[in-house]
Design a protein around this ligand. Structure first.
Ligand SMILES: [Zn+2]
Length: 279
């Protein structure tokens, strides 16, 4: 069902849980995520990155999103994840997305501010919410690889938040996109300091592979949106591989597709259960 992105995040903050934001790359993944939301009756953010949207076709993505919101019993928030191309972000605003993210976190502070303001003005005029990133979450983001891992500077976060009037703020606090090459070390003091300095909901990216207790601790400190991409991709790929291991001469896309849907659903439910009822 349709819901309000910011209201859901503020409600989560008040009640001490987090809303998972799951990426989908194809119809099977989207169906698995929606089924998880329905089964747990927990709000879910259904996200697509620019390159995933281009792979599926923009118009197909808009329709998948529209139908997901219309048919789900649980709140589904459509989210344009890691937008680098401002024109595509604007198209998402015009095609039913509840919120969009601009990622200009690699650019200098003042450029990041300027571009975020441009997106905020366009989106807010259309009732769409905006997330932006300050500091840089390294790793493999969408199709871009970054080794840079600068933690967010709390003073910059406060200033950025004030100047841009974003609705959600992604921070770099020790997680990384893609698979972790070393053990993630979440910066709890930094998370706490930023959460307590601004009213804007704070978001953690790159949370696949982070131990559940670490995520729960971050959520208990006030993180309200946790992005999960890689863990669902792994569930999806493993399910298809296992299906072919068991069905050597198999060829029916509906059958290995169903295995993928079920696996993504189960992986998403596992995360939802970790994120809810923290308190
Ligand atoms: Zn991210």
């Amino acid at each position: 069902m349709k819901s309000d992105f910011k209201k859901e995040l503020l409600k989560a903050k008040k009640e001490g849980y987090a809303i998972p934001a799951f990426n989908f790359d194809n119809l099977e993944m989207a169906k698995g995520i929606i089924a998880a939301a329905d089964e747990t009756n927990h709000p879910v953010i259904l996200m697509v990155t620019e390159s995933a949207a281009k792979y599926m076709g923009l118009d197909f993505v808009y329709e998948i999103g529209r139908i997901a919101v219309k048919t789900s019993k649980a709140p589904i928030l459509l989210f344009w994840d890691h937008g680098f191309d401002i024109e595509l972000i604007k198209r998402a605003c015009d095609n039913g997305f509840d919120a969009v993210m601009l990622d200009s976190s690699m650019k200098p502070f003042d450029i990041n501010v300027k571009e975020t303001i441009e997106v905020v003005e366009y989106a807010h005029a259309r009732g769409v919410y905006v997330e932006s990133e300050i500091g840089h979450v390294g790793g493999k983001e969408d199709d871009r690889e970054s080794k840079d891992k600068g933690f967010t500077n709390p003073q910059e976060a406060i200033e950025f938040n004030k100047l841009t009037k974003v609705d959600a703020l992604a921070i770099a606090a020790g997680t990384s996109h893609g698979l972790f090459k070393s053990k993630p070390e979440l910066q709890y003091d930094l998370i706490e300091e930023i959460v307590n300095s601004i009213d804007t909901p704070v978001v953690l990216h790159g949370s696949s592979g982070v131990p559940h207790e670490a995520l729960q601790k971050a959520i208990s400190l006030g993180i309200v949106k946790v992005n999960i991409g890689t863990d669902l991709k792994i569930a999806n790929a493993k399910a298809v591989c296992e299906w072919f291991d068991q069905n050597e001469n198999g060829y029916d896309a509906r059958k290995f597709g169903q295995a993928a849907i079920d696996a993504v659903k189960n992986a998403a439910i596992e995360k939802i259960n970790v994120f809810k009822n923290i308190n």
